[in-house]
Design a protein around this ligand. Structure first.
Ligand code: SF4
Ligand code: SF4
Length: 115
């Protein structure tokens, strides 16, 4: 399926860093466990103290160049593998315009990945 105009909304505010998305993607794509390559990789930001006294500590699920937005699954009407296995509901596949509306409601700690 042509994924033009579609993307993956990543809402990392409640990402726990559990790495289920990494594993689900590896299983879907047949990538080896605990070594390269990854279709999505969870990165860590912090922990460190900010000048305002708050602490920064976030996990950022980051799709790689190998992410094709689960083109085969989507063509069969299925949800993306990482989306299904994320208990934190941090990942959402959809049309960019629809995802942008979700982002407009909540602008912090979110981004849209597209190919
Ligand atoms: S959308 Fe599919 S290919 Fe992309 S990161 Fe998620 S599971 Fe991997
Ligand atoms: S995006 Fe979801 S599955 Fe991936 S590390 Fe964060 S909480 Fe876990």
């Amino acid at each position: 399926m042509d994924n033009k105009g579609y993307g993956l909304l990543v809402d990392f505010e409640y990402c726990t860093g559990c790495q289920s998305c990494e594993v689900a993607c590896k299983q879907e794509k047949g990538f080896p466990v605990e070594q390269e390559p990854w279709g999505i990789k969870v990165l860590r930001l912090g922990p460190w103290e900010l000048p305002n006294g708050k602490w920064e500590f976030d996990f950022l699920p980051c799709p790689t160049d190998l992410c094709d937005l689960c083109a085969d699954r989507v063509a069969e009407g299925k949800r993306t593998a990482c989306e299904i296995h994320c208990l934190g509901q941090c990942l959402q596949y959809g049309k960019i315009e629809d995802l942008a509306k979700v982002m407009a409601e909540k602008s912090r700690k979110m981004y849209i990945f597209r190919q």
